[in-house]
Design a protein around this ligand. Structure first.
Ligand code: ACM
Length: 687
């Protein structure tokens, strides 16, 4: 039997080695993410010792006091050092790390989040104009800790940092699958770790209404399966996020995506019928009736209740994907439209939005909504959330630039839909307002930033993090760092590093996929499964869930595909090495060890499958992976011996590659492109 463990280690080593080569060409000097605006690295290291200490000076703030304590906790856990002196109070010049903050910051868009760090032989100085900026700087300091054979150290460096965009958000959807408070809190910690500053909670949709309403209790008793946030829990979340300098924006999605509301209060619907909670994914017909005054009375009372929990200035009313089928079918709605000169469903939704904008104005809230809320008379205080093109065939950023030109503040999510399971690279290279685009200063000033979107049709608490992280860190960099920081290999290099660092915040993005694999291995050695898993990615876009009907609320979500991540690390390394080999670059790794282990992997996997029926779905995937690996080995032999296979060999090779492109266990093999390149190169040689 081959020694899988050794081969696997050898392979991991080769990945790390390739990262070192990449790092040699790095655009950045330090493994930080988001990368600061200005970094001046000098010779010299400040070693951490048991005497290392922290002082916090300037304007006292509860936030910074707590953040300082957590910083020290992280620092000792990261380094394993028994630091004696913990926190120093009021003895500025005696502490190793001197933090100076001049004010208590407000958790609002546009607040100053800048900071500077100076590290030299005399110690660390972190200066900020307020405690939020200082907290951002503390995260940079934790990321900056390095190690060598003598110990842990900070490099001598001067950093001057501030965000490029004011709105650096993440939308989490606890409606499709409920996500408990503890899960939200872990992700808030991780958001702060990479300097994100807005958490948008999608609190209602067809599958569940997650805000505890004391005024309309049926929203919870009938509009959920029993899972929703109590008002106390939501207040706690708001406080928790505020401590981290993160604003919470609540969303109640209306008039469409309203099945949960209408399951509880069917009399508010556009169709005279009863409704039941939706279990599948998609765009559904249940829609509030904009001609019914009771709808506005209901929303006014509901919003009045919600605004007592969320002190921030923004309230998101959703407004997306209302196809208006029930409006078209309703006689009284059609009559209302005729009587009031309303010519289209879009105009009717505009009428509805304006009514909501007035309701929210009473509570001094700014209306926010998905781009569909944009209509002619909408007041400019509304904030437009641009998203189309995320998976529809709309022009990316069309609504972003249009809203900005018309004087609306706006944010971008097209490109940042992490539920699509696209690679990090594809999101990282989307810029909300690149210099190359012909935008006026006015437009640029209205583009506040962007938001990562994590829809949870296919996500449960155990898998939330592996879908969000570490890709969210790379997008956070796009929102925070200078536009010029965009070298993809350099990003992947730093992201791999930050991904491990994020585990310090108890994130489960690495541990949960490993747990799924352990479960599926049914007591066997997990390495054959990991070898294959590293070569596959979940089906992209919404193809994993055709028509939204393959999976529903109660489907299993800890299967093979749920352990796979959006950037198959083994495949990325392999494809890079193929490129290296074919282009005769220097320092290429031998492709054969991993191919040999993959070629033999199927036999190992079959032994596991025999005890793990849930894995039967990957049988052909695994067989294909081994076949493709054998094909690649044959191709390399031909290339290296300058010999020529018969033309039939190429026909067979293409058949193997085509067959291996089929999904297996809802995942797709990612080494096909590298192996195809090898075969194509061989074809070129023999012509
Ligand atoms: C959306 O993705 N429906 C905003």
């Amino acid at each position: 039997m081959i020694d899988m463990r050794n081969i696997y280690r050898q392979y991991i080593f080769s990945i790390l080695f390739s990262l070192v080569i990449v790092a040699a060409h790095a655009q950045t000097a330090l493994p930080l993410m988001p990368y600061p605006k200005e970094v001046q690295l000098s010779e010299g290291k400040l070693y951490l010792t048991e005497e290392t200490s922290l002082s916090i000076n300037g304007k006292y703030s509860d936030r910074l006091s707590k953040e300082g304590t957590q910083f020290l906790r992280q620092l000792v856990e990261q380094t394993g050092l028994f630091i004696n002196q913990s926190k120093v109070v009021g003895a500025i010049d005696q502490a190793t790390i001197q933090v100076q903050s001049l004010a208590v910051g407000q958790v609002e868009i546009g607040e100053d989040e800048s900071y500077t760090i100076q590290i030299d032989q005399s110690g660390v100085k972190l200066n900020a104009s307020n405690d939020i900026g200082a907290s951002r700087g503390l995260m940079t300091l934790l990321q900056l800790v390095q190690a060598d054979s003598k110990g842990y150290y900070w490099p001598h460096v001067a950093i001057d940092d501030e965000p490029r965009f004011r709105w650096r958000g993440m939308m989490i959807d606890p409606s499709r699958h409920f996500l408990p408070v503890t899960d939200l809190k872990r992700n808030i910690d991780a958001m702060a770790a990479v300097k994100l500053n807005v958490l948008h909670l999608h609190l209602s949709d067809d599958q569940g209404f997650r805000f505890e309403s004391k005024v309309f209790p049926k929203l919870n008793s009938l509009g959920t399966d029993g899972n929703y946030y109590s008002q106390e829990e939501l207040k706690d979340i708001v406080d928790y996020a505020s401590q981290k300098g993160i604003l919470i924006v609540p969303e109640i999605d209306v008039p469409g995506h309203a099945t949960a509301i209408l399951t509880a209060y069917p009399e508010l619907g556009s169709k005279d019928t009863t409704y039941v909670l939706e279990r599948f994914a998609g765009i559904f017909d249940p829609t509030l009736d904009p001609t019914n005054e009771e709808v506005y009375v209901f929303l006014d009372k509901l919003f009045a209740e919600i605004v007592t929990i969320f002190p921030g200035p923004y309230f998101n009313i959703g407004g997306d994907e209302n196809l208006g089928k029930h409006w078209n079918e309703s006689e009284h709605i059609q009559k209302f439209m005729k009587k009031n000169g309303i010519k289209s469903n879009h105009e009717l939704q505009g009428y509805f939005n304006l009514r909501l904008q007035k309701i929210l104005a009473q509570y001094e809230k700014r209306m926010m909504g998905w781009e569909e809320i944009m209509i002619d008379d909408l007041e400019k205080s509304a904030l437009i959330h641009s998203w189309k093109g995320a998976w529809e065939k709309a022009t990316p950023k069309q609504s972003l630039y249009k809203a900005a030109a018309e004087g609306y503040q706006t944010i971008l999510s097209n490109g940042y839909y992490l539920d699509l399971m696209l690679t990090t690279e594809s999101s990282y290279l989307v810029d909300p307002a690149p210099k190359a685009d012909n935008l006026s200063d006015f437009q640029r000033s209205n583009i506040l930033g962007g938001e990562i979107c994590m829809w949870s049709e296919l996500v449960i608490p155990q898998t939330l993090e592996s879908r969000l992280w570490p890709r969210a860190a790379a997008i956070a960099e796009r929102f925070w760092s200078p536009e010029e920081i965009k070298d993809v290999e350099d990003m992947y290099d730093r992201m791999d590093h930050i991904s491990l660092w994020l585990e310090n915040f108890d994130l489960k993005h690495i541990s949960e996929p490993n747990r799924i694999i352990r479960k599926l291995a049914a007591g066997h050695d997990t390495e054959p499964l990991h070898l294959l898993l590293d070569m596959v990615e979940p089906m992209k876009g919404y193809t994993r869930n055709p028509g939204g009907t393959m999976y529903n609320t109660f489907s299993p979500y800890t299967k093979w595909v749920d352990a796979a991540t959006a950037d198959a690390p083994g495949a990325r390394a392999f494809n890079n090495q193929v490129d290296c080999y074919l282009n005769s670059k220097i320092g290429c790794q031998d492709l054969k060890p991993v191919l040999e282990s993959l070629a033999e992997n199927h036999d190992q996997i079959m032994k596991i499958i025999a005890d793990s029926p849930s894995l039967q779905e990957i049988q052909s995937l695994s067989a294909n992976a081994s076949r493709v690996a054998s094909l690649a080995l044959e191709t390399l032999d031909y290339l290296e011996t300058n010999s020529k296979p018969k033309s039939k060999w190429f026909v067979d090779a293409k058949d193997i590659l085509n067959e291996a492109s089929e999904q297996g266990g809802r995942t797709e093999l990612q080494v096909i492109s590298g192996v195809s390149d090898l075969v194509t190169a061989l074809e070129g040689e023999v012509k």
